[in-house]
Design a protein around this ligand. Structure first.
Ligand SMILES: Cc1ncc(COP(=O)(O)O)c(C=O)c1O
Length: 412
């Protein structure tokens, strides 16, 4: 092997591109065709909702048009007051909290540990008189410490919202994610279960379900639905986040295959871990014993001190070898974590005002001052490798070899 890094003009480990992360076929096309041929009179949404809820052992599912919408519906269902606080991890997609902000809530950030999910102790430390909810984001597919978060939520009378966008069918101590909080949101935009977009909300709570369903559909009195029979009107302020019938059709087909898809991803991840096990400078995201990580993302922490390079430099060098790698998640060190993203650090959510960050407060919350030291240290050294259920043996070997080559270069 030519030891010279491709980024410095050497020969890349891998020349051919990797395959797609999802496969859609004749069954998906036929299902979409049925919807179109019916002139959109056929809507498989209710069937998908029933099947998706049943797969989680939860009473109710509501299909929506994105994960961002799903997370907004979760907040809309609990109906907080302006200025209420919601505790969340800063290492997540903006979609986890955009709905909370649109609902005039104030995100309060708690630190993470080496599972890259919320540290329950710091969550508890961040609870104040205006806290209404905790959002537990199962990041990259790794479940949060749900026993601890459930216990904290119960003791402080808070809603526990699960963000399962990246974690379809992950399990915390045997229990599937999305079935442990008061309400949960999912994204179907390129996640394990994908329709190229879409999302869903799950809940066992009848009161939350009624409001969530109405909230996802402009609070209109649909039949069937909680307000059926009432005069046609918008009953409270709510967006239209309904799931499109064509997406629902694809999701029904994909739901049949998702177990195999996830098993393939887990298998590929485990193979890669085996290949990389002897590289001390590269540590995988920690999974609690007894939990099932479903690897939407395959993420590591780099010992950048020992290697003398940043995670961004490392990822760029691996990518140049023909293996598309990613640096820190949510741009840590640049715009990340979320509290350094411009939508919070330069707050202008509503015109030139500081609302909702100053609502009912002597001083507005200033996200430029927020710090989560443990997460900043860990996530700033984060990098990701491509993971797919369709990885061949050769793909896995190429990925491992690219990492090995770059590590060997920086070690010397
Ligand atoms: C953790 C998390 N929450 C919410 C979202 C928002 O989902 P969507 O992109 O479908 O709006 C994403 C999207 O990637 C996500 O990763």
């Amino acid at each position: 092997m030519d030891g010279k890094l491709a980024i410095e003009g050497g020969t890349p480990i891998r020349a051919a591109p990797f395959g797609p992360s999802h496969e859609f076929g004749d069954e998906d096309i036929a299902a979409v065709g049925d919807v179109l041929r019916s002139g959109f009179n056929r809507h498989p949404g209710r069937e998908f909702e029933r099947e998706f809820a049943a797969r989680h052992g939860v009473k109710h599912a509501i299909g929506v048009n994105s994960g961002t919408s799903a997370m907004h519906v979760c907040v809309g269902a609990i109906n907080p007051d302006p200025g209420d606080e919601i505790i969340v991890t800063p290492w997540t997609a903006g979609g986890s909290i955009i709905g909370a902000l649109l609902h005039n809530c104030v995100p309060i950030f708690a630190d993470v540990d080496d599972t890259f999910t919320l540290d329950p102790q710091d969550v508890e430390a961040k609870i104040g008189p205006r806290t209404r909810a905790i959002i537990a984001v199962h990041l990259f597919g790794n479940p949060c410490d749900m026993d601890a978060l459930q216990e904290i939520a119960r003791r402080h009378d808070l809603f526990l919202i699960e963000d399962c966008a990246q974690a379809h069918f992950a399990r915390y101590q045997g229990q599937v994610v999305g079935s442990m909080g008061d309400i949960a949101g999912f994204s179907f935009g390129g996640k394990h279960l994908s329709a190229g977009g879409g999302g869903a909300v799950l809940t066992d709570n009848e009161v939350l379900w009624e409001r969530a369903l109405l909230f996802s559909d402009a609070a209109l009195p649909r039949d069937p639905g909680p307000y059926a029979g009432r005069p046609y009107a918008n009953y409270f302020l709510a967006p239209n986040y309904k799931l499109n019938a064509m997406m629902a059709a694809v999701l029904r087909v994909q739901l049949e295959k998702v177990d195999g898809y996830i098993a393939g991803k887990i298998n590929a991840a485990h193979q890669l871990f085996e290949h990389l096990a002897d590289i001390d400078e590269v540590t995988p995201q920690r999974v609690r014993p007894g939990d099932r990580h479903t690897y939407w993302g395959l993420r590591f922490t780099l010992d950048s001190e020992r290697l003398g390079c940043s995670a961004d430099e490392f990822a760029a060098a691996v990518s140049a070898e023909g293996v598309q790698a990613a640096g820190p998640y949510i741009g840590s060190g640049q715009e990340g974590p979320l509290y350094r993203n411009p939508f919070l650090a330069e707050p202008n959510c509503y015109g030139a005002s500081r609302f909702p960050f100053d609502y009912g407060r002597e001083r507005p919350v200033d996200y430029r001052l927020v710090q989560c030291p443990n997460g900043e240290e860990l996530m700033g050294r984060g990098f990701g490798l491509p993971i797919s259920p369709f990885h061949t043996q050769e793909d896995v070997e190429d990925i491992a070899q690219a990492v090995r080559k770059v590590v060997a270069h920086y070690r010397s």
